[in-house]
Each structure stands twice: as C-alpha cells, then as structure tokens.
Write a protein that binds this ligand. Structure first.
Ligand code: GLA
Ligand code: ZN
Length: 656
C-alpha cells in the first residue's frame, strides 16, 4: 500500500522544499506524484531542456524514502509549441479553436503533436528510466477532462474516414449498416463522409440532436480509440527508452467519452481522481463515490489507486464546502475498502496563483500544517497497521451490474424519455445494493459470469448475439438475471433490430413488451412486491405469457397489466423490470430477487448512511464499517462475525 500527495515543487521556492519533504516524511508518506503540468519548466524553449530542478527534488524525496510517480507533461503543451504549430489546437464542432490559457488544448490526432510528444517523453524516459526513486509513470493527466475527447479538426476528420474505411468493406456496406437511406444521407465515397457536427437541425437547448445515430456512435468509438492510440504512443515511447516500472493513468468518475474498459487494458494498473460531494455543483454524492470505486475496480478487475484524493474544500471561481477533517479519513477508508491500494492526496499545498488558487490542499496557502495534515498523517499511520488486511484480502462480490460504453454513448444521444440518464439508473440500483449491505462489482460482459449469483443488466440496449448467448448460458446453468426496460433493442450499428421487445432477451425473459410509455418525470402508480408506490421515466406494457407477475401498474390505460415479471429459463431465472423506481423501491425488488440466492449481507439490520464492505481471502476476512452520518450510530454486523459496533460521527472501523 502506498500513501502520499500530489506535489508541485515548481510552484514554490527551492528553499521551501526541504521543509515540505520533512513534513511528508514525518507523515510517513511513501510516494509523491510530480510534473504532470511542468513541460515548460523542463523545456523552456524548443530543444533547451532543464531537468535540474526535477533531478533535485526526486533525489531529495528519495533520500527521505519517498518514491516518485513521474508524469509525462503532455496535458499542457507550452506556448512556444502552440505558437509554432497552431494546427495542434483542438477544434469544437462550430470550428472554433479551443484556445490557449488553460490546459488540454491539443488534438489527439495531430501528427505534429504526436511527434513532439514522442520527443519530450523519450527525453524524460532516457533521463529517469533507471532512477531508483521513480517507481511508476503516469501518462498525461485525466485524458478527456474538460470535454476534450471529441475534436472536430481536419486531422480528426481524415482519421475518422480511415477508421471507417478500415471497418467497413465498402461505402455501400456502411450506407446500409448505418441506415443512410434516411433523409437521403447516402454517402457516395469514403471521402465524402463527415464528422457529425453542427447541422441545420441542431437545437441543443431543446435536446435535439439530429445526426444519424449509427454515425454518431462510430464517432464516439473513433474518438475514444484516438485517445487509446495516443496513450499507446506514449507507453511505447517510455518502454522503448528503457522504462520498466508500471505505467498508469488517472481516470475520472464522470468522464464518459473514453471506453475505460478498453483503455484500462493499456496500463499495468489504473488510478482515479476522487472528489466527493464538497463542491456546490454536479460532483459526487457519497453513495455515488461508492459506485465509482466499484466501477474503477471493474475496469481491470484488480485493485486501483486514487491518484488525486480530495483533501479539503475545492473550487476554481468559488469554493465548495469545507469537509470535516474526519470525513477526509473516512473517504480514504472508503477508497481502500472498495479496492484502492494506493492513495495520493491532491494537493500538497494550496497554490498562491493560477486557476486553482481556491483548490485547497493538505497545507493551507501559508504552508502551515493544521488539522488536515494531522488527520491525513494519522490515516497513513493506520493504513500501515492495516497493511496486511489491505494487501491480502479483496472485495468479494456475488452480484454485478453490467454496463458498456456503447450503451453509455447510445443512451446519451437518444435518451428515450425526458430525464432518462443511463449512468443515473445504474447508480441508483448500485445505491440500493449499498443500502442492503451487499457488495457489488460493476463490470462489462467480458468477465466470467459464473462467479456471480446475480447479474443486473439495466437498460442493456445495444448488444449482439454472442453477448446474449453468454448470458443465456449463464441463466440456463442456474444463474439469476435482472433485466430492465430499454434492453435488447439495438444492434451494434445503433439500429433498432426490429425484434419484438425485449428483443434479443425476449426468449429468456419469457415476455412480450407490446407497448411502452415514455413517462419523463411523470409518476404513475404501481403495486405488488414494490408495495403501493409510483414509477417514473419509462413504462413497458407487458404481455407476461407464461411468466410470473410480481408487480403491476395501478393507473393509466394499462392499469392492472404487469410491470415486473419473473421467468424460469433452464435452471435459472430472469426478472424483468419494466419501469424505473426510486432506490428504496429497487431495494424491495432486489429483496425478492435475492430471497432464494443466499447472497452475503454483512449486517443484521441496515442503518441509513452506514456503509459496509466485506473483504476476503482464503484465510482472512474483514469488514470495513463507515459511518457517513454526522451523528453516532450502532450497527450489528453479521460478517465476519456477529458483533455490535458503535461509531462516532464520520468514524470508521475495520472488523476482522
Ligand atoms: C482534476 C485534475 C487536477 C486538478 C483537480 C482540481 O481532477 O486532475 O489537476 O485540476 O481536478 O480541480
Ligand atoms: Zn482534432
């Protein structure tokens, strides 16, 4: 287990460095991350390099037994480079340059930028590949941050055409698979293909996106692949210049433009940047953070790191709420509980200048260590004591939620019903499981399904025969599946497959969806295993055929028709949930589903705001108990033993 901070020595006078290193050493930090935005410091003008400052600090830290995660600095190409080659800039869909003055202003497909990338990365690799203090490399910083995966420049246009040329045998095949007969969009050659950008029909405020959904999906896949290719170029450059230590990248919870399942394969391990709900804005609630941790663990099905862990109040133009210092410890434990075996706090000291003057670090602007430093030091100490458990046990999940980026992208373009949000739907089901104290993996369909007792496929719309076959086999052999509305309806070209709903899943679900109602935010009544309650967003109107009816609509013209069914298929069962409900109602549904699956629940009676994660190895068991409430609680665990636990506000414990 590693623990440390993101450090920007280039922002502080050299005379301060020894004090910083001393404080870090006293806190028992084992690692710092350096240099991800420091290109201009390393190469102030073209071909004039200065690595002396980086040599010095890596060495000073190393002497104090603090290792370095060294970053390639490509997230911030220097001004001299952009002035010399303005063609590197990204373009937005209205052909505006995404200009200089912040970061991430480069296009992934610019061959000029790729050459400059190779140059700076090989220079760094040659210098540091055998430095004993450099234990990991991070590529760039948060690929895709600030909505920068999709670019609309000429380079991207050209590359998109060759991507399509490689994928489709002929322009006729492309026209037919993507359905270009609609609105006379037939392309007469590959060269005539467009990047889907601004058109006469766009009315974004009114939620209208007019492009061909298939071409749009291909553009999403292509843009994501462009990031893969760019990352691969950096990895190859590092390796061919002698780098042998692990290579990673920092992912983000809410960036959906990169297929992280594919992207994660490029790295030895992945990391992510975790900022719980302290911003006045669309950041993550604590339950969502839990979901994101499980997603991150699922990208490689292995432990991950937090490369930037929130340490304080954040903000650019204004600040978010100041966390109780105890929450900082709690969030560290939450990460470790869900599978993190490295935590790097963002950032060491709050900066005096630049965009992030308000983004607070472990130390305040004045560099004085106060409560945040103390609690982080304490947490680091505790993790050292728990190292055995952290390293030797892993999250044991008998349930998984399945998602895919094709579905992320397709649902995001055509969201069926106002307020329909695929990511939100998945998250609310995940929260239900968290509330029920059931561990959950979040994975794609490449995993071995047989290790799960229950597989949940929410709105799994784009799929193909081999995926469906895999799920069918799983159910036939005794597995249990929960499938929801808007599943099985589209092929991999994002065309509607024309099958009776739920399309590819019809046979195993044992029902026909004979009509549906896009409810938006309107509520309709339902009854049955859900109790008398309401549903929203979507209502599938179901002919249950031979399957068992578990809940029905209780209003609308389809009153008394089924909304939740169960079908026995082979040795297993398939539940179909035709409408969206709130998290507590998902809990009720899942309670019925798991009633004969003997799934591990780690507590005797759930308590609101208390999270438990059960971890196991062949010879060890541990349950992390986290009180997210601002008041004390008592809870009785059932795993690893029957024991009553009392926790103060925001306190945590590990039972083993
Ligand atoms: C991101 C970035 C960091 C920093 C923080 C805070 O996650 O990776 O460089 O900008 O946010 O804004
Ligand atoms: Zn571009």
């Amino acid at each position: 287990m590693h623990f440390g901070v993101d450090y920007y020595p280039e922002h502080w006078p050299e005379e301060r460095w020894s004090k910083d290193v001393k404080l870090m050493k006293e806190a028992n930090f084992t690692v710092v991350r350096l240099a991800e935005f420091a290109w201009t410091k390393m190469e102030p003008s073209e071909n004039h390099y200065d690595f002396s400052w980086l040599d010095t600090i890596i060495d000073m830290l190393g002497q104090a037994n603090i290792k370095t995660i060294l970053c390639t600095p490509t997230a911030t190409p220097p001004k001299w480079l952009m002035d010399k080659h303005p063609e590197i800039y990204q373009e937005d869909e209205y052909n505006n340059i995404r200009g200089y003055g912040s970061r991430r202003h480069y296009c992934f497909n610019s061959s000029i930028y790729q050459d400059y990338t190779k140059k700076i990365v090989s220079k760094m690799a040659k210098r540091y590949h055998d430095n004993p203090y450099v234990i990991t490399w991070q590529l760039d910083n948060e690929f895709g941050c600030h909505n920068t995966v999709k670019c609309y420049c000429d380079d991207c246009h050209k590359e998109f055409i060759s991507y399509l040329e490689n994928k489709y045998e002929s322009i006729e095949q492309l026209n037919s698979e993507l359905g270009m007969d609609f609105w006379s969009q037939t392309y007469y050659s590959f060269d005539s293909l467009i990047i889907p950008k601004h058109t006469a029909c766009d009315y974004k405020q009114g939620d209208m996106y007019a492009h061909n959904p298939g071409l749009w999906l291909e553009y999403c896949r292509f843009s994501s692949q462009s990031v893969d290719n760019y990352a691969k170029l950096q990895i190859d450059t590092l390796k061919s210049n002698g780098v042998k230590v692990p290579i990673t990248h920092n992912f983000m919870s809410r960036f959906y433009d990169i297929d992280y399942y594919k992207h994660a394969k490029l790295y030895d391990f992945i990391t992510w940047d975790c900022y719980p709900n302290i911003i006045h804005g669309p950041f993550d609630s604590i339950e969502e953070v839990s979901y994101h941790h499980d997603k991150m663990r699922g990208y490689k099905n292995q432990p991950f790191w937090i490369m930037e862990m929130c340490s304080a109040q954040g903000g650019w133009n204004f600040m978010g709420r100041t966390p109780n210092p105890a929450q900082i410890r709690l969030w560290d434990y939450q990460a470790v509980a869900h599978g993190a075996n490295g935590i790097v706090h963002f950032r060491w000291r709050t900066c005096l200048f630049g965009t992030e003057q308000y983004w607070h670090g472990v130390l305040d602007h004045d560099g004085v260590p106060r409560d945040r430093y103390k609690i982080i030091k304490k947490t680091c100490q505790e993790f050292m004591e728990l190292e055995d458990i952290i390293d030797n046990t892993e999250v044991l999940s008998e349930v998984c939620i399945v998602r895919s980026f094709d579905n992320v992208w397709a649902h995001d373009y055509q969201w069926h019903s106002p307020s329909f949000d695929y990511n939100q739907i998945l998250s609310s089901i995940h929260v239900a499981l968290t509330n029920m104290h059931i561990n959950c993996d979040v994975v794609d369909l490449s995993v071995d399904l047989n290790k799960y007792k229950l597989i949940i496929l929410p709105a799994y719309n784009i799929t193909n025969e081999s995926e469906v076959k895999k799920i069918q086999e799983y159910v036939k052999n005794g597995g249990c599946v929960v499938l929801t509305f808007r599943s099985g309806n589209r092929d991999e070209y994002n065309k509607i497959n024309g099958l009776t709903l739920p399309g590819y899943f019809r046979e195993m679900a044992g029902i026909d969806v004979i009509n549906y109602d896009a409810l938006g935010q309107e509520q309709i009544k339902i009854k049955g295993i859900t109790g008398d309650t309401t549903a929203t967003l979507w209502a599938d109107i179901i002919d249950p055929k031979e399957s068992e009816v578990l809940a029905s609509y209780d209003s609308e013209f389809y009153k008394n028709t089924p909304c939740i069914t169960k079908n026995i298929f082979g040795e297993g069962s398939v539940y179909y949930v035709g409408c969206h409900v709130t998290t507590p109602i998902y809990e009720k549904i899942l309670k019925t589903v798991i009633s004969d699956l003997s799934i591990i629940q780690h507590v005797v009676t759930p308590v609101d705001g208390v999270e438990t994660i059960y971890r196991r190895s062949d010879n060890q068991e541990a349950t992390f108990v986290l009180n997210h409430n601002d008041f004390p609680i008592t809870i009785t665990l059932s795993k690893p033993k029957n024991i009553k636990i009392h926790l103060e506000a925001y306190d945590v414990t590990v039972v083993y």
